[in-house]
Write a protein that binds this ligand. Structure first.
Ligand SMILES: [Zn+2]
Length: 293
């Protein structure tokens, strides 16, 4: 039996291939421009026979409200893309609705779903960086990059991304899964936590697994990453081997942690999450390896 081969060859997540990002405002949207219109974290969509559709700019007029902000995102194929924020309680026509992004996974085209996550983060960042964090002066958009600058003290604020790591630990034919108190009843997942300042991904991985379960790991390998716009994370997933320790769940953080055999897994996270793809990927690899024995 050998697990030496690199476990994963391809990225399981698709990036929007024809998307071209830029901060240079292309001016007023034309009627056909693609609009990511938000009311807080909810996205405006029309439910059609072919799934959820994003409105073109000409449809936004039907909302009968003025947007609080508009950000140019770039182009997707030939179409200019804009993000808008509308006031809370903006009513919608009967054939449109405000929907949470999670509910739109697999209903929106993959490229549009990824771009919607980006748009949501830009809108949230723009809303919360209108004033300088150091001197309180109103900020302005920088011309050549996605950043806001203070005209007084020159402090520059970039969109914030918070990296987090995820780890699936393997031991023989078992994997280590845990549940936190806020999970759905019966559901278990891989371990995860935010990277701290001054910490490498590898150090974070070892620390999180040890803190949360008392388990030591070795031989960590990269699996894939997933931007997670709730509100601004980047989840970086790894698989690692068990190197020692007994399961000791961290009080308050981890309700339960167990070694699960591949044929006796508990309820797992939804397919929207990288956790599920990580677990599925590792299971497929382990199953193939054991079959060859
Ligand atoms: Zn300032």
């Amino acid at each position: 039996m050998s697990f030496d081969a690199p476990p994963f060859g391809t990225m399981p997540f698709t990036a929007p291939e024809s998307y071209l990002g830029t901060v240079r405002d292309a001016g007023e949207p034309d009627a056909d421009s693609l609009c990511f219109a938000f009311q807080q974290t909810l996205l405006l969509v029309a439910d059609g026979a072919a799934g959820a559709q994003l409105p073109a700019h000409e449809h936004l007029a039907r909302l009968g409200a003025e947007p609080l902000r508009r950000l140019y995102l770039g182009t997707l194929g030939e179409r200019a893309c804009y993000a808008f924020e509308f006031p809370v309680d903006t009513p919608v026509p009967q054939d449109m609705a405000w929907k949470g992004l999670r509910a739109l996974y697999a209903k929106l085209d993959d490229s549009l779903f990824a771009l919607a996550g980006r748009a949501l983060q830009y809108v949230d960042w723009d809303r919360t960086h209108q004033f300088c964090g150091r001197c309180g002066t109103p900020t302005r958009q920088r011309e050549h990059e996605r950043a806001r600058e203070c005209p007084e003290c020159k402090l520059i604020a970039y969109p914030r991304i918070a990296p987090a790591v995820m780890c699936l630990v393997r031991r023989g034919r078992e994997i280590l899964l845990a549940r936190s108190p806020h999970f759905l009843p019966g559901m278990y997942s891989a371990l995860a936590g935010f990277v701290e300042p001054g910490e490498s991904l590898e150090q974070c991985l070892a620390r999180e697994v040890l803190e949360e379960t008392g388990i030591r790991i070795a031989n960590a390998r990269y699996f894939a990453s997933q931007p997670w716009p709730f509100p601004h994370s980047l989840m970086i997933a790894f698989v690692a081997d068990y190197a020692g320790g007994e399961i000791t769940p961290a009080p308050d953080e981890i309700e339960d942690a167990q070694w699960f055999a591949l044929d006796a897994l508990p309820k797992l996270p939804n397919r929207i999450s990288i956790a599920r793809r990580l677990i599925d990927g590792v299971m497929a690899e382990m199953t193939a390896a054991f079959r060859q024995e």
